[in-house]
Design a protein around this ligand. Structure first.
Ligand SMILES: *Cc1c(COP(=O)(O)O)cnc(C)c1O
Length: 488
């Protein structure tokens, strides 16, 4: 049902084909809508589909219900700053993980009671403690100083601070995992027993939970960390504490790509390019982390692992099914036995298929090497994460029906005055050169890509964030500008 555009995935024959959703294609197909939105909001725009976010939430809820576990989900809002998603999280009955004063304050103002929030900020300031304690928001404590500070502010306010202890240093397959965060698992129990509770140093802290958030994506490590955390709560509760929850943080893997073979082929081609020094898979032969040293390709791909067969609820299942070697019981069984609440703080994985970033083509040019560069009205900071490239093929929306143009390879460039402002480092093949005014859509960007590193260099305005609810036939009026969502 082509309304009036011709659109195509970049690299129509192969490439790295992203998983997409119907709502994205409905928008690609609707030139009038795109023209309207760009007329109103400029370029680029970030578009969010709220029903998809709700569906993602439900999948985790169903899984926990299937296991018969007490549970709560806290959407880690640092992955995307939109208020619309925070509101949708509350409407779906889940909480929000906040990591700064403003994230906390705004979430409270959007209507959340304190118990629906958690404060996990890496650096905690006086205003954060005060706001959290006043609203009885659980604070995840990382170190001794934080215990001291939370205790002082709780005393001043005449309240208890509800806290969880962040734990790290789990031993997995004889190796101790390093983290700069948290209390060491071998010492935390003694520390809590000696210092927390009536008549002790930190008598204004009420320990409700244990927390960890691990780097990397190993389900074995998460499984072991959860198992050790359950044992820790057993020890503490035997000594009179009443630990109610274990929060296993976020980092649930997500899958972006349709085809594992494409992912493997890309990896092989990239290594080959680094090895031979030839080819133009990426701009200026960028190895995306691979390097050639003394004739060998060394190091690793420094990107997010965009293809994952084990992802989402299956990833979580693997953690819940992990069995403690001594008792032979699974984490799920032990959680249930102790009536412990399991908490998760997913950011990225809840945003799967929720958003896309669309930009308008400004110009085309050829550099002296003859490479086509297509300039977009956006900059590198508007689609940037810690991954060294976003490895998903974009979609090109040709406003005029594609004519007899010739196939062409292009790189997309951005508005910052830096040689390195390439929006994608990968070369993209197209059936024909786009024209100024055509649109380029980068799909599945809601998690981390849109806001995490966004800057206002050159005084460029930050991109507009729009959300909508409709499932079909939507007009531009249905798109809510996040700036217009009021806080009470
Ligand atoms: C970043 C972070 C999360 C969210 O991680 P995702 O990978 O987006 O799921 C959750 N909890 C803590 C403590 C974090 O630092």
């Amino acid at each position: 049902m082509n309304k009036n555009t011709t659109y195509t995935k970049g690299n129509p024959q192969g490439g790295l084909s992203p998983i997409t959703s119907k709502w994205m294609h409905s928008i690609f197909n609707d030139e009038a809508l795109l023209n309207d939105l760009f007329g109103k909001y400029g370029s680029p725009i970030n578009i969010h589909h709220l029903p998809t976010f709700s569906t993602n939430i439900k999948k985790y809820q169903y899984l926990f219900n299937d296991y018969g576990l007490r549970h709560q989900i806290f959407y880690a809002r640092k992955a995307n700053k939109c208020k619309s998603l925070v509101k949708q999280a509350f409407a779906s009955g889940i909480g929000v993980d906040t990591a700064s004063f403003r994230e906390l304050e705004q979430s409270l103002n959007l209507g959340a009671p304190g118990r629906n929030l958690v404060l996990t900020a890496a650096i905690k300031t006086q205003d954060q403690y005060e706001l959290a304690i006043k609203n009885q928001v659980p604070i995840i404590l990382d170190n001794l100083d934080e215990c001291e500070q939370a205790n002082v502010f709780a005393r001043k306010l005449g309240k208890k601070a509800i806290v969880g202890f962040r734990v790290s240093g789990f031993t997995v397959e004889d190796e101790k995992l390093y983290s700069r965060f948290g209390f060491d698992i071998t010492q935390v129990s003694t520390f809590i027993l000696e210092n927390v509770g009536e008549g002790k140093r930190f008598e204004h802290l009420c320990v409700d939970g244990i927390h960890f958030h691990l780097d990397g994506y190993s389900t074995l490590q998460r499984g072991k960390a959860l198992s050790d955390s359950i044992s820790l709560t057993e020890q503490l509760n035997d000594k009179g504490f009443q630990i109610k929850f274990i929060d296993i943080g976020g980092g649930i893997l997500m899958n972006y790509l349709q085809d594992e073979q494409q992912w493997k082929d890309f990896d092989a081609q990239l290594r080959e390019q680094v090895s031979s020094g030839k080819g133009n898979l990426t701009f200026n032969n960028n190895g995306l982390g691979y390097e050639k040293i003394e004739g060998k390709v060394v190091r690793t791909l420094k990107t997010y692992p965009y293809y994952n067969s084990l992802n989402g609820t299956d990833f979580l299942k693997a953690i819940l099914d992990y069995k403690d070697l001594k008792s032979g019981r699974s984490n799920a069984e032990r959680l249930k036995k102790h009536q412990l609440e399991i908490r998760i703080e997913p950011g990225r994985s809840l945003l799967n298929q929720v958003g896309m970033t669309v930009a308008r083509v400004a110009h085309r040019k050829q550099d002296y090497k003859g490479q086509w560069l297509v300039g977009l009205e956006m900059n590198m900071s508007q689609m940037m994460s810690s991954s060294s490239d976003f490895l998903l093929d974009p979609f090109i929306i040709y406003r005029k029906k594609a004519g007899a143009g010739l196939p062409v390879d292009v790189f997309f460039t951005g508005a910052y005055c830096l040689e390195r402002d390439l929006l994608l480092k990968r070369k993209i093949s197209l059936p024909q050169l786009p024209q100024p005014g055509d649109y380029v859509a980068f799909v599945n960007t809601a998690g981390y890509m849109m806001h995490f590193f966004e800057t206002e260099a050159h005084l460029f305005e930050l991109s507009k964030n729009l959300s909508f609810d409709a499932s079909e036939d939507f007009s531009s009026e249905e798109f809510i500008n996040d700036e217009n969502i009021s806080e009470n």
